[in-house]
Design a protein around this ligand. Structure first.
Ligand code: SAM
Length: 295
């Protein structure tokens, strides 16, 4: 176990109080997404919107449901869920990044969606009543939490008996071969020679067995994990750079100084010509969907 408990965001700073290692990881991830927020809703990153709709479908959300969207980001899952639950239902959306939540609020206002409440809160330390929600959903974020087991147990606590928990994560091979090429390019520019690292692994939930383990460990029933071959063609290499800088992947180039980032960008985008075809550049967004029910 990486660390104990979660880190409340509301009231005091992230990471203050408990589990110093947990706190520094959450602070680090929050800063990454604060920087990514401005680019997150750009068209090349539509993988998140596609996965959100699929997750809501897998979760079997119904009109009138009370849904918690954990790590909502810019609210793609929350907006999708809001359409399904309708005016009789309600969606609660939480995230640790204020900049991502700013975009959620703007989006909700722009789209006229009024059945979503937004809170700054750590996914590892929910501050909701036990047994309140009909569904808890989380898209592409559970793998960013320092203690995934503890977080999932906290999510189950706020689910009513019979309620559904559903999460998604990228499968093994997502973003390849571009991601591997990018990492090698960055490594060549790093003075340490060690290569770029993610503070917390985006691949921690890339295999179905690990997702199953989490559901089982939380005592959930009717467990199923399916992988779907989501993806699409990016028009050109510069769209892939938008994906990097508008998502958590930017944690890698952010480890370089700005001049080196520019050099890596130019070298990396040029090398992608070798893997483009007449449709463009395939963005592999294969995603695992894990769904289970509280007894
Ligand atoms: C890849 S984005 C996914 C956002 C959204 N669920 C979607 O599918 O578009 C990951 C999100 O997780 C959030 N996040 C990471 N760690 C968190 C934590 N401990 N508590 C709450 N949110 C967290 C980030 O701020 C970011 O908005």
């Amino acid at each position: 176990m990486f660390c104990q408990g979660g880190i409340p965001v509301t009231g005091r700073g992230v990471g203050e109080g408990q589990g110093r290692d947990c706190g520094s990881v959450v602070r680090h991830i929050r800063a990454v997404f604060d920087r990514a927020a401005a680019g997150y809703d750009r068209e090349p990153l539509r993988i998140f919107a596609f996965a959100a709709d699929r997750l809501i479908g897998h979760a079997g959300i119904k009109p009138g449901h009370k849904v918690l969207d954990v790590a909502t980001g810019t609210g793609v899952v929350a907006v999708s869920a809001a359409q399904v639950v309708g005016p009789a239902g309600r969606v609660t959306a939480i995230d640790v990044s204020e900049r991502m939540l700013d975009r959620t609020q703007e989006k909700l206002a722009r789209l006229g969606v009024t059945n979503v409440d937004v809170h700054l809160m750590d996914a590892g330390a929910l501050e909701f009543r036990a047994g309140y929600f009909d569904a808890v959903v989380c898209s592409h974020a559970l793998e960013l939490l320092p203690d995934m087991e503890d977080a999932v147990q906290g999510w189950v606590r706020v689910l009513r008996p019979g309620g559904v928990l559903a999460f998604s994560s990228f499968g093994a091979g997502a973003f390849e071969p571009m991601l591997g090429m990018l990492m090698r390019r960055i490594a060549r520019r790093m003075t340490s020679g060690a290569g770029p690292v993610f503070a917390i692994g985006p691949h921690r939930l890339a295999v179905p067995q690990r997702c199953q383990q989490l559901l089982q460990g939380a005592g959930l029933d009717d467990r199923r994990v399916v992988e779907e071959a989501l993806g699409y063609h990016l028009r050109d290499a510069s769209e892939w750079w938008e994906v990097i800088m508008g998502s958590g992947l930017r944690e890698l180039p952010d480890q370089l100084d700005p001049a080196a980032v520019e050099a890596v960008r130019d070298e990396h985008l040029a090398e992608l010509a070798a893997i483009m075809n007449e449709n463009g550049l395939w963005l592999d967004g294969r995603t695992l969907f894990a769904v289970a029910r509280r007894t």
